[in-house]
Design a protein around this ligand. Sequence first.
Ligand SMILES: *Cc1c(COP(=O)(O)O)cnc(C)c1O
Length: 396
Amino acid sequence: MTHSTSSAQAWQDEYSTRIMKSAALPLAELVRGEGCYVWDSEGTKYLDFLAGIAVNALGHAHPVLVDAVSRQIATLAHVSNYFATPPQLELAERLLRLSGGDRVFFGNSGAEAIEAAIKLARRTGRPRILALQDSFHGRTMGSLSLTGKPALREPFEPLLPNVEHIDSTVEALEAALGSDVAALVVEPIKGEAGVVDLPAGYLAAARELTSRHGTLLIIDEIQTGAGRTGSWFAFQQHGIVPDAIALAKGIGGGVPIGALIAYGAAADLLTAGQHGSTFGGNPLATAAANAVLGEIERAGLVENARRRGDELRRILAGLPLVEEVRGAGLLIGVGLSGALAPAVTSAAMAAGLIVNAPNDTSIRIAPPLIIGDTEIAEFTEKFTTALEAVAAKGPE
Ligand SMILES: *Cc1c(COP(=O)(O)O)cnc(C)c1O
């Protein structure tokens, strides 16, 4: 059986009989990518403005990443945590320099970065952890315990005890904090909720309040990190220093890697033997992250994310069905004037554009950080076509 030239019917049949039913049927079978484009198994080309959910920071098959990974896998791919490697130490130096943090733990995914954060919080000796309603922190049992979406949580309860999901208001935080709260875990922008901003001043107030109570402020930068929001990390736009940040998605540019960076006293909470991961920080993944972050720096892609994000925001605000434009840099949420998001993503696919609907009323736009004038013009044309097609059909 060939897997290279399957018809839609063939891959769909294979997928639905062989892959665990935990996810909905995929939108297409993709076979190749280059820059900001991907191709499916029927030869259709798409402009990719989702980038594997804010992962492919350099787009697809970027020569710098391909080269770094190829060279590293031909040199030393994996050694276990009984050994140090140059790419691992280089990435630690780079991440601490960019984030201002003091120590880093390497894992393989966002959920694992959050698991490390939960273990860090446990080491304070305090039982309670606060997270926000409608937040997303991952799907493992620990990270799911923090995720503030009842529909995702309920099938797997009981989860971790002593986790409370509070409103995203300073008042709710003030009411929930106390000397028994180990940590507050927050996304600076709620990606899976539809790219929803925190209320203005929330993070600064949260820093104030958590410091006063000796509670760790842990920021989930898994979706917002690696330059996407127009600064290396989103928290840096709020004039605060957190106790820890969780990273994954964009830092590896498509190679799985996660990290927890801790600041100050929090950096010394985990002691020898208390946490680990076989693959965590292996030379292959850390070489990939060095290449991605190095290229973001070299090519000025943080600045590009800010500038292109502003451009896209201006364009989006003038398009049909668009009620609200949220987010920062190249993590953009488009609030639609009704439950039209699934129809818009389908119409966009039909027009050769990949965007995503994290919920019925929101479109998420998270293109590679390398986009320029050409991609913006093409996006505008295709997205307008999609919105007009849905608008023409009228309300569902
Ligand atoms: C994607 C995501 C996670 C989970 O990351 P995985 O790599 O899928 O485990 C956690 N938090 C946020 C904010 C995310 O966007």
